[in-house]
Design a protein around this ligand. Sequence first.
Ligand SMILES: [Zn+2]
Length: 226
Amino acid sequence: MSKFKVQIRRRNIPDEEILADLRRVATELKKDTCTKVEYDERGNFGATTILRRFKQWNQALQLAGLDFPNRQNVPDEELFENLADAWTKLGKQPVGREIDKTEGLSKFSLGTYEKRFGSWNKTLLAFEEFIQSGKTSGETSEIAKEIRPGKRRTQRQINWRLRAQVLIRNSCICQMCGASPAKDPSVVLHVDHIKPWSKGGETVLENLQTLCSVCNIGKSDAVDES
Ligand SMILES: [Zn+2]
């Protein structure tokens, strides 16, 4: 016969155990951070326990070695890259509330964007300008053209900004079969050289298109390389 057992509320849980649980939740979410709401849903201790212990949520994230997304010193470019990433995952322009409400979509909260740019609409306008300006980040095709001697004007690698331009221009729809993550979240989009790089195709907007992973593999088989 099994012993009668009572449940004892544990006190004095070591800090490290709490921080490890915070990291576990972030890993489960496939992110390098987690919000209070996300932790309350999946954590073993509750966000209030963490706040009581560490005073501030960001402090706990920092001690756990996680990213603390409300920090003020995130470069604009990182916020934009995250937005491009969210856009690609959704297969459409994100609505402000989706940034907070869609699990695993964004590393940064809607509040972080609003604080930086004034509002979500202003964020989108600043993003558009950044994506189209093509001047910073040191790996745009223009710069590649200057530093690369020889026949090729560009590098094969497509930087995130060019990738975002292609995805947005193609409305995040596969140009061969029409698949889109907006309709089917299992669809993964790639950016493909229309004229293959191996056949002299350059890494420029006009020679790039959005393909789903299935069509991209099919095309690679057909032409040997994408
Ligand atoms: Zn396709």
